[in-house]
Design a protein around this ligand. Sequence first.
Ligand SMILES: *Cc1c(COP(=O)(O)O)cnc(C)c1O
Length: 399
Amino acid sequence: MSEHTGDEVHGGADTWAAGGYGFETLAIHAGQDPDPATGAVVVPIYQTSTFAQSEVGRHQGYEYSRSGNPTRTALESCLAALEGGRTGLAFASGLAAEDCALRTLTGPGGHVVIPDDAYGGTYRLFARVLERWGVEHTPVPLGDLEAVRAAVRPGQTSVIWCETPTNPLLGIADIAELATIAHAAGARLVVDNTFASPYLQQPLSLGADVVVHSTTKYVGGHSDVVGGALVTGDVALGEELAYHQNAMGGVPGAFDAWLVLRGAKTLGVRMDRHCANAQRVVELLQSSNKVASVLYPGLAEHPGHQVAAKQMRDFGGMVSFRLTGGEAAALEICRRTRIFTLAESLGGVESLIEHPARMTHASVAGSSLEVPADLVRLSVGIETAEDLIEDLGQALAAA
Ligand SMILES: *Cc1c(COP(=O)(O)O)cnc(C)c1O
């Protein structure tokens, strides 16, 4: 390793990223060469806060684990490669990553355009934290490009914040079109790619400036760690983000970084199964007279289907649906499933069910982002499809 010079960025893409390798190869190898000191095939957990220096200012690239840690570097390089970016940065949570992106890209007097069905915690960050810091936000339906253009304030808007598919309504936004609108106004497009994962969708290749992840979800994939990430293809912006990452300090510990990296190795095969199982679940829901509507971008009648088909490899593992029996039926189904565990979060190997209005999205009640009370959200896991169909079928029959 080269001698340390100060503010170097540890999460740079490595030689694997430039090698033309496929997604699964990068997931398993990018940033993860065998340990030079021992030959360990798996990146070690460097559980240390500080690093010895041979003389003042002379060390092997690491000084202090907030600024950089080799386990985290491996994860950051891997994430950069998976998103097709140049700089990856790992955080202690998705919201820590979001906060870092927003503190870097906006400031007092600034303005951001946000989705009108943003993740509840994201909305809370804009409405309760950034608002007090002097950053205004305008919620718009991102599927309506005219509404987005009308909401942008040239000279003041510095960020268009995009989620696609959205949580929990599975709305779809056209990333390439939003990038064009953002750049014409001198703003940046930030895409929360948590629901799709880099396996299904690569926003940087569609013109986005920064990708955000809650790696708690599909990237980690096992519901055993909370984490976040930022990836950008712009090296200068990457350095600014890395500066803020270090200055604000919301970094993951070495073990958490290791868990996310371990999860990332199997992201491709897990996503294939999530998508296949979701397709089976959608078919069941469509055949039930208890279900008023199914929200899934893979359905031809979904308003965002064409855009989703253009920018995604497949349609993902998240499925929402509304009940003819209203909120009472929604709550009853959440009570009656056994394999689908009633819990917040998503993207793990196990199937989860939840009631967004009272759980994940309780914080947006009464706002323009309020979600319908008859809505149920599923994170379809990778269990045996027949067992999932059976479980959901009996819950629907009883509701
Ligand atoms: C969970 C989630 C977040 C927040 O991530 P944390 O890891 O919980 O901080 C942000 N965006 C989306 C779409 C999410 O699902």
